[in-house]
Design a protein around this ligand. Structure first.
Ligand SMILES: *Cc1c(COP(=O)(O)O)cnc(C)c1O
Length: 385
């Protein structure tokens, strides 16, 4: 039997059975529009409010600080464009981000450049950590916003967000962090972080796709980017995705309650794979920060192989993993994250990302690692150790 092993949780995760269960009534009898004043509307409104409470609870925020969006991408777009446009009104025309952000941030920054903002893309060191000296040098009193992700989706490196936030605030700039990958793994508490804006996404934490949220700290004003009705406290127009929001609320609640367990299991899976390759004596390099990294992401290069060929062969063996970012796979383009880390060519060209999640077992990842080792040997002509 050839059961597939899913090791691509950084791309998306399966919907938790309790999440699915929580959503079903909102696809059936509770179909009302939350803006309607009748009973159908009130039921839907209540469900959205409860989901907002749950998400706020998971982040340490007030419910009024949560804006539901269509996903992590929209949360990032709203944070960057909303804060940049608000800054422009106060004579600020500069945005700082990093070279290793998700495309949802990077492409939004390209858009900001096209409409007249200056954008600084901070370099990173070989572990993927943002160079703080470069931040201190780039920031000035015309900087509207600093946006640096909490944990990287390709290599898992955690950024020093506390320090970055302090530096931003020291210059009167807002601080946004894309915490899509960190949510559910890191103890995110917006009360204890110097952060004004924080993005999360539902489908990375066993919730449904097409829903996310932006935390907007009380007192921070953003220029809206969606126009229409007065939904989401007048911050984001459009009829709410009620089933999605309900599912996201449930997923956030479960993620917060089972975080430690989740972290431990991911760590065990990560360690198990590395142990297999060490034992097998194959040539491999783990990319990212050796200690300060997300527990569920393992980016590894097998020098002498090529990413695309390795992925194809792994897929044939029933192992689903990725080259890093789902948005760039299918093309031979080298990862912008690994490139920014200045890794040697053979490391760049042979990187694959395994990412763990709910349901993964040490047994199956061990099998996956053994299969990977066998493929790497075959592809590089190495003899069995
Ligand atoms: C997945 C992801 C996003 C995009 O979220 P969607 O809900 O898929 O739009 C943004 N940032 C990071 C770091 C991600 O991993």
């Amino acid at each position: 039997m050839n059961m597939a092993i899913y090791l691509d949780h950084a791309a998306s995760t399966p919907v938790h059975p309790e999440v699915r269960q929580a959503m079903l009534p909102y696809l059936d009898e509770y179909f009302g529009n939350p803006s309607s004043l009748h009973r159908f509307g009130r039921d839907a409104r209540q469900a959205v409010d409860e989901a907002r409470d749950k998400l706020a609870g998971a982040l340490g925020a007030e419910p009024g600080e949560i804006v539901f969006t269509s996903g992590g991408t929209e949360a990032d777009n709203f944070a960057l464009i909303g804060a940049a446009m608000a800054g422009r009104k106060r004579g600020k025309d500069h945005v700082i981000t990093s070279a290793v952000e998700h495309h949802a941030v990077l492409e939004t920054c390209r858009h900001l450049e096209r409409i007249g903002f200056r954008v600084t893309y901070l370099p990173v060191d070989e572990t993927g950590e943002v160079r703080l000296d470069a931040l201190r040098e780039a920031i000035d009193d015309r900087t509207a916003l600093v946006s640096v992700m909490y944990g990287n989706n390709e290599v898992g490196t955690l950024q020093p967000v506390e320090v970055i936030g302090e530096i931003a605030h020291g210059h009167g700039a807002l601080f946004h962090t894309d915490a899509v990958q960190a949510f559910g793994y890191e103890p995110l508490n917006v009360r204890e972080l110097p952060v004004d804006l924080l993005s999360v996404s539902s489908h990375k934490i066993n919730g449904p796709k097409g829903v996310g949220a932006l935390y907007v700290a009380k007192g921070v004003s953003l220029i809206p980017h969606m126009f229409g009705g007065s939904q989401e406290l007048r911050r984001r127009a459009g009829t709410e995705n009620v089933p999605g929001i309900v599912g996201f609320g449930k997923a956030a609640e479960i993620a917060a309650a089972s975080r430690r367990e989740h972290v431990e299991q991911a760590r065990r899976c990560r360690d198990a794979m590395i142990r297999v390759w060490e034992k097998e004596g194959i040539d491999f390099v783990v990319n990212g920060h050796p200690r300060r990294h997300l527990p569920h992401i393992l980016n590894v290069s097998f020098p002498g192989t090529e990413t695309e060929i390795l992925l194809m062969n792994l897929d044939l063996e029933g192992i689903a993993c990725s080259s890093g970012s789902a948005c760039t796979s299918g093309t031979l383009e080298v990862s912008h994250v690994l490139k920014a880390m200045n890794l040697p060519e053979e490391v760049l060209r042979s990187a694959v990302r395994f990412s763990f999640g709910r349901g993964n077992t040490v047994e199956e990842v061990t099998r996956a690692a053994e299969t990977t080792a066998r493929l790497v040997r075959r592809l590089t002509g190495q003899m069995a150790g």
